[in-house]
Design a protein around this ligand. Structure first.
Ligand SMILES: Nc1ncnc2c1ncn2[C@@H]1O[C@H](COP(=O)(O)OP(=O)(O)OP(=O)(O)O)[C@@H](O)[C@H]1O
Ligand SMILES: [Mg+2]
Length: 240
């Protein structure tokens, strides 16, 4: 499978916004990029509220949400528990198999995880174990403000413990505080690179309308090192 797994330092850090933006920017350059949300919980399909529906809309991809999110559970719980409430026992093999048809239809997939890397996905496995099984490089979406060094380095450490390469970090201006009023924003990228041995691919700005595909593409073009993303997609063997 050719793609990148987009994980985050927490739930709500902006994985869906950034994943949709990257997919839209790659598509604007002519790459047939698709999106995959292997497991999602918190809302049923059909009302446009789930990540799969938001990804498709924001990235401008015409695809059935059921195909992008084969495992959707309504309960606002960690996927393993949300699935169990609906009588489903998730396994890594079933999750990976459900993504194969998507991988066949697109040149590359941007895969959005659930929550962060230490989120329980099945009875035995965390999201990090799914990433390891998929053998994809990762991007970490992190908040741009205070606290992000700790969260980003912990996320990278868990991924590395599973042998998963980190292609880069994207800092997202999604936090509760105004980045203008947080002095840590100016130095976080440099310190994450130094202490984490990681590459920060840019700071994704606050976008007024996160459903506007063109605004997302513009934000990527102006603020994110898309070449590094393409390199991770182009040479998957380098990571495995
Ligand atoms: N760059 C941004 N500009 C404007 N709003 C943003 C941005 N990033 C995130 N947000 C806001 O934060 C919310 C959470 O972002 P998002 O849904 O992308 O997080 P997530 O990491 O995908 O969460 P989950 O763990 O539920 O998948 C968005 O609905 C949006 O309101
Ligand atoms: Mg999301």
């Amino acid at each position: 499978m050719r793609g990148i797994f987009v994980t985050g330092t927490d739930t709500g850090v902006g994985k869906t916004v950034v994943t949709a933006a990257l997919a839209a920017a790659l598509r604007a350059e002519g790459l047939q990029a698709g999106v995959w949300k292997p497991v999602q919980s918190g809302a049923p399909l059909g009302r446009g509220e789930t990540d799969a529906e938001r990804l498709l809309q924001a990235a401008g991809i015409g695809e059935r949400p059921e195909a992008v999110a084969p495992f959707t559970f309504a309960a606002p719980l960690t996927p393993m528990l949300a699935a169990r409430q609906e009588g489903v026992t998730l396994t890594l093999d079933a999750i990976v198999a459900a993504g194969a048809p998507l991988a066949d239809r697109y040149e590359a997939l941007l895969v959005e995880g659930a929550g962060g890397v230490a989120v329980p996905l099945t009875e035995e496995a965390l999201v990090a174990d799914l990433i390891a099984q998929l053998a994809l490089p990762t991007l970490i979406v992190a908040r741009s403000g205070l606290g992000t060094i700790n969260h980003t380095l912990l996320t990278a450490a868990l991924l590395r413990s599973r042998g998963v390469p980190v292609a880069g970090v994207i800092l997202n201006d999604s936090g509760p505080t105004d980045p203008q009023e947080d002095p840590s924003v100016a130095t976080n990228a440099e310190l994450i690179e130094r202490y984490g041995g990681l590459k920060v691919l840019g700071r994704f700005p606050r976008v007024r309308d996160i459903a506007n595909t063109e605004a997302l593409v513009q934000a990527v073009c102006e603020h994110i090192d898309l070449t590094a993303v393409k390199e991770a997609l182009a040479f998957p063997d380098k990571w495995i």
